[in-house]
Design a protein around this ligand. Structure first.
Ligand SMILES: C[S@@+](CC[C@H](N)C(=O)[O-])C[C@H]1O[C@@H](n2cnc3c(N)ncnc32)[C@H](O)[C@@H]1O
Length: 285
């Protein structure tokens, strides 16, 4: 049963290949982060992207790049505000963020730790090992262990300096798990404030606003993605207020839900003609 559940989580790894391919296509990541599987997924989704672009003014690729550009923007903003930081990127997949930001002379990132399931972490290590410069540390953990427990406590206490602020990122993770599991993870992230002077949390979040433009598209997108990952995709909240209340109820002192499409001019952020269906959470414990 444990193996089944783990296999369930591993199916989600498939989506990291698509994202990895998009990163590479837009020159956000080095060669090798684009896998054959990612290319295949990209080609398979191209007709859907074309259709949503024509009908709704945006596509999956733009949604993806917009939220990542906003997460980068918020992360660099926090670094500018507080000075030296440490970063824990959960379910990092083939994200080049850690590697890319560690090469920036403007940012004082003392430690960058990425976490993923064993197979994805091993693949990422192989890719990163060939690259010059500073590398993120890549660790293995199941963030939703069957028997409970707090993987974040173990990860953070062993890897980081407790005198420096910590930024925790999760992208492309939250909507694959049910509300109980997500709230447990949020409580664990918020509890890191007991160990660090400041904890910021950045994440994407898909909501499902009822009877509003985009509702039918979200339903279609959810069904397609559920099919692709052979598991349920969860849209836990109907609006920003519900999501914000849940973050506050689970240990965060402040929580904002940001719409990437209206977040203002941001470097590398592609424009779209419609409000985004995705939000970026910036919460502080
Ligand atoms: C959509 S991908 C993430 C993409 C990545 N954030 C990026 O920016 O390219 C989802 C990731 O979650 C990881 N994942 C799924 N279940 C997990 C779990 N229980 N614990 C840790 N990682 C998990 C998958 O292996 C996969 O790499």
């Amino acid at each position: 049963m444990l193996r089944d559940r783990f296999a369930g989580s591993a199916r989600i790894s498939f989506t990291a290949h698509y994202t990895g391919y998009v990163w590479h296509r837009h020159h956000w990541s080095p060669k090798g982060f684009d896998t054959g599987l990612g290319h295949l997924a990209y080609l398979g989704l191209a007709p859907i992207n074309r259709m949503t672009r024509q009908l709704y003014g945006f596509d999956l690729e733009t949604l993806l790049l917009q939220r990542h550009a906003l997460i980068d923007h918020l992360l660099t903003g926090i670094a500018g505000e507080v000075g030296p930081i440490q970063v824990l990127e959960l379910a990092a997949g083939l994200s080049p963020r850690g590697y890319r930001l560690l090469q920036s002379p403007q940012l004082d990132i003392r430690q960058y730790v990425e976490v993923d399931l064993p197979e994805m972490a091993a693949r990422k290590r192989r890719l990163i090992d060939r690259l010059p410069g500073r590398h993120p540390r890549i660790l293995t953990a199941d963030l939703f262990p069957q028997g409970g427990g707090n993987p974040l406590e173990q990860l953070s206490l062993g890897q980081f300096d407790s005198n420096l602020p910590l930024v925790c990122i999760s992208e492309g993770l939250i909507n694959y798990f049910d509300l109980d599991a997500v709230q447990r993870l949020w409580r664990q992230i918020a509890a890191l404030t007991l160990s660090f002077p400041r904890v910021d949390y950045l994440s994407d979040l898909f909501e499902q606003p009822p009877n509003r433009p985009g509702h039918r598209l979200m339903t279609l997108g959810r069904s397609l993605l559920s099919l692709a990952v052979r598991g349920r995709v969860h849209l836990h909240f109907e609006n920003d207020e519900q999501a914000q209340s849940a973050l506050l109820a689970n240990g965060f002192g402040r929580a904002a839900l940001l719409d990437p499409a209206t977040a203002g001019p941001i470097e590398q952020m592609p424009a779209s003609d419609a409000p985004s269906l995705v939000r970026v959470i910036h919460a502080q414990a």
